[in-house]
Design a binder for this molecule. Structure first.
Ligand code: MTE
Ligand code: LUZ
Ligand code: MOS
Length: 751
């Protein structure tokens, strides 16, 4: 089934935040944000700005009727700065004016006096100063000290990975207007409507039932709107509530880039120990997560790093520790992979370090250590239905790794200026929110009198194809055409208390809830049909909008069945609730079974490096991915391509740069480069592993949103191998992104 949104997208008919017609009397908001990363606020003078034509108000923390607090996990983040500035771009005040243009003019007239304070941008420096968001955590398996004593080979090293700008096409924004009795309705470009609702209620000091949040769809989220859509929504709601008028605020690209958090940069140390058979016997790592100025989702991101520290390998003795380091950057946040990629880059780097020292291919070590059924992850979950070896072997044989390697070797022999390299990147990604209580969802289904169906779930469509998958579920449960089914907006008054659309689990959680609702409705209307057709309800089915008895078509249509059910006073509305069974986790022991299942895959990336200029081109990515039984291959392949390219961008060209004062220098698309049509791999060849899927995946179709991003890590090692083909003495550097500047330096340096 094709993506139901595609046709409306290409015609420009789909509704995004900026397409909502503004009510008359709408004012515009703009934040006055900090021009410095760490300072004490001495005074702010708004007089001149307030006197400008068209300026309605300027709101500060003093105007907040409830709590000046927006922290999602820890209450450590003010909406508006009070006496101290913690990062460059921190909101201080809200300017409300007739137009955005006037807001911008007024902003220039605000006079801030401040006293600068020392700025921390580096997570290791933060740790030295004991500037932590919360205490470190350690995951342990076996006894790593003893295991290292028995190792034949031990290697140590440092690995850095930079952050990443989400660059959703639609920037952050919201539109709020007052409704009656002190209530408020708000459209927000958010992955987490309930987080927006709850935080608005807290800041306004009103009950959640007075706040209605509505989301049609997002022009991309990628994690950047899991938590960080909230402040912008709260700003519009606050202004709307106080000034009693509609307020619109959509961020300019450069404001969005400057003020919002990104993927967390990490600086990590590893120690890896192997025996003579290349079995990894011991692994130790310390992760320094650059959390930025407040917690945001950092605790959860850090946790996912620990969960993915050993990627797809079994290591009997492991000790991994993570520090969430408080710096003066904008609070960093969720980004596709959610800390998993950062952890996986470190173990993959450790394997490359060992392989180079031993003079062997990294794939010999990778292959020797793949997870098998019955193995334990460091956090105690035992592998069942593991596909690590299957994914690895299938990928390497299907794409004939020996031949690919021979082609590269021949090319490298014949060329001196250009060198090719191969990077193999297997993945294993856990599906479920690591915080068990978040793994539940609801779906509200109405069947209307004409047989058409309206569906609301807690899931947000952000380009990942959720709406299409939800329609597929309802059409197959009911046996009716997709044209009879409508997916409604995501709205907190219809589906309440939702988890954000995140963790790749949206289709699983909301889809299962929808399945439950549809089945309950079907049971009820089948009773009516059984009466009507003088059969038992177990003999009934619906196909092509027609009721069947024992597989034989009857004359009873779906539509007339619904009419009869209504006349029989049967309830044609159902609310389905789903909570993932089995999962649990005990934080006091750091053990449990946190994931419903894991997604596996393996990829081979080939690159050509220009050894004169340090630039590179990706020839191909061949990969085998574990979709289970994909319920929509077009959507799922699209997720793989998008995730892969986003991962390659993170690992190679996307370079966030903050200066030592904490100012973002790469604050525009002219200074921050994301992959474009010229930089994507010339060939992306995706093959399904062809497994049976998992019963906890929706219709055995495994979650696909985040895992493919980590194939992008293979790009880093492909470049590294091309460099080694040119200069075998080049010292291995693990410092992503591998920009052409770094490549050039490594081509010409020696250990
Ligand atoms: N695909 C598109 N087109 N746009 C997005 O914003 N977000 C990604 C992924 N794929 C995203 C996307 C992220 S970070 C997640 S967690 C999942 O989609 C969320 O959707 P799912 O849970 O339905 O997979
Ligand atoms: N969000 C979250 C996530 O709160 N918990 C998670 O485990 C998670 N994983 C991936 C992406 N977002
Ligand atoms: Mo995705 S990082 O879980 O929004």
């Amino acid at each position: 089934m094709i993506n139901v949104d595609s046709i409306h997208h290409v015609r420009g008919e789909s509704i995004y935040l900026d397409d909502i017609p503004l009510r008359s009397g709408t004012f515009h908001a703009l934040t006055y944000d900090a021009p410095v990363a760490h300072a004490h606020i001495d005074s702010v003078d708004y007089t001149e700005a307030l006197a400008m034509d068209g300026v309605k108000a300027i709101l500060t923390y003093k105007d907040i009727p409830g709590e000046n607090e927006i922290g999602g996990i820890f209450p450590d983040e003010p909406l508006l700065a009070e006496h101290e500035i913690h990062f460059w771009g921190m909101p201080i005040a809200i300017i409300i004016a007739e137009t955005e243009y006037v807001c911008r003019k007024a902003k220039k007239a605000i006079k801030l006096k401040y006293t600068e304070l020392p700025v921390i941008v580096d997570p290791r420096e933060a740790r030295r100063q004991d500037s932590l968001i919360f205490p470190p955590r350690t995951f342990k398996l076996g006894n790593v000290e003893k295991a290292f004593e028995a190792c034949t080979y031990i290697y140590e090293g440092q690995v850095d990975s930079n952050g990443q700008e989400h660059l959703y096409i639609e920037t952050q924004g919201a539109y709020a207007y007052p409704t009656e009795n002190g209530s408020i309705r708000i459209s927000s470009s958010t992955q987490g409507p309930t987080a927006v609702q709850k935080t608005i209620a807290n800041v306004l000091g009103i009950a959640m039932h007075k706040v209605e949040v509505d989301v049609t769809r997002l022009g991309g989220g990628f994690g950047g709107k899991e938590d960080q859509a909230t402040p912008w929504a709260v700003i519009t709601a606050l202004a709307s509530y106080i000034l009693k008028c509609p307020i619109k605020y959509a961020l300019h690209r450069m404001d969005d880039m400057r003020m919002t958090g990104k993927r967390h940069p990490y600086s990590s140390d590893f120690k890896i120990g192997l025996d003579a058979d290349l079995k990894i016997k011991a692994y130790q790592a310390t992760f320094h997560q650059n959390a930025g100025a407040s917690a945001d989702l950092s605790p959860a991101v850090m946790e996912r790093t620990l969960f993915h520290a050993t990627n797809t390998y079994f290591i009997p003795d492991v000790e991994v520790t993570a520090y969430s380091c408080k710096t003066n950057l904008p609070p960093n946040t969720a980004f596709r992979g959610f800390g998993g990629p950062q952890g996986m880059f470190v173990i993959e780097s450790a394997i490359r370090q060992a392989a180079k020292a031993l003079g062997i291919k990294a794939r010999k070590i990778q292959k020797a250590n793949l997870l098998k059924n019955g193995d334990s992850f460091p956090y105690g979950q035992i592998i069942d239905r593991g596909e690590a070896t299957n994914a690895w072997d299938t990928c390497l044989s299907k794409f004939d790794i020996e031949q690919l390697e021979e082609n590269v070797a021949t090319f490298n022999k014949e060329n001196s200026r250009y060198k090719k390299g191969i990077g193999i990147m297997p993945i294993c990604f856990g599906i479920s929110f690591t915080n068990t209580p978040m793994n539940h969802a609801r779906a509200l289904v109405h069947i209307y009198l004409d047989g058409s169906v309206g569906i609301s779930t807690g899931g947000v469509e952000m380009g990942q194809g959720l709406n299409t998958k939800m329609i597929q579920i309802a059409m197959s449960e009911f046996g009716i055409d997709p044209s009879k089914i409508k997916i409604e907006t995501t709205n907190t008054t219809r589906v309440a208390n939702t988890s954000p659309s995140a963790a790749s689990a949206t289709a699983d959680l909301n889809g299962k809830a929808l399945e439950i609702a549809c089945r309950a409705l079907k049971d009820r209307i089948f009773e009516v049909a059984a009466d009507e057709l003088q059969s038992s309800s177990t003999a009934l089915s619906i196909k092509n909008n027609l009721v069947y008895v024992d597989g034989k078509a009857t004359t009873l249509s779906w539509k007339s069945l619904i009419t009869k059910a209504n006349l029989a006073r049967v309830c044609l509305t159902e609310n389905g609730h789903y909570a993932t069974p089995i999962i649990h986790f005990d934080k006091s022991k750091e053990k449990g079974h946190p994931f419903a299942y894991h997604v596996y895959g393996n990829s081979i990336t080939t690159v050509t490096v220009d050894c004169l200029r340090g630039i590179y081109d990706f020839d191909s990515v061949h990969l085998v991915h574990d979709f289970g039984k994909s319920m929509n291959t077009a959507i799922d392949y699209g997720q793989i391509e998008g995730g892969l390219v986003q991962g390659i961008g993170w690992m190679t060209m996307e370079e966030l740069l903050y200066n030592e004062k904490g100012r973002l220098l790469s604050n525009a698309l002219s200074t921050y480069k994301i992959p474009d049509i010229y930089s994507v791999p010339k060939v992306i060849d995706i093959k399904a592993l062809g497994t049976d899927g998992h019963p906890l995946a929706i219709r055995r179709s495994k979650a696909v949103g985040e895992p493919p991003l980590m194939y992008g890590i293979g790009a880093y090692f492909a470049i590294q191998n091309a460099i080694l083909a040119f200069n075998p003495d080049s010292k291995l550097r693990f410092d992503a992104p591998y920009t052409p500047e770094k490549v050039l330096m490594d081509l010409y340096q020696n250990e």
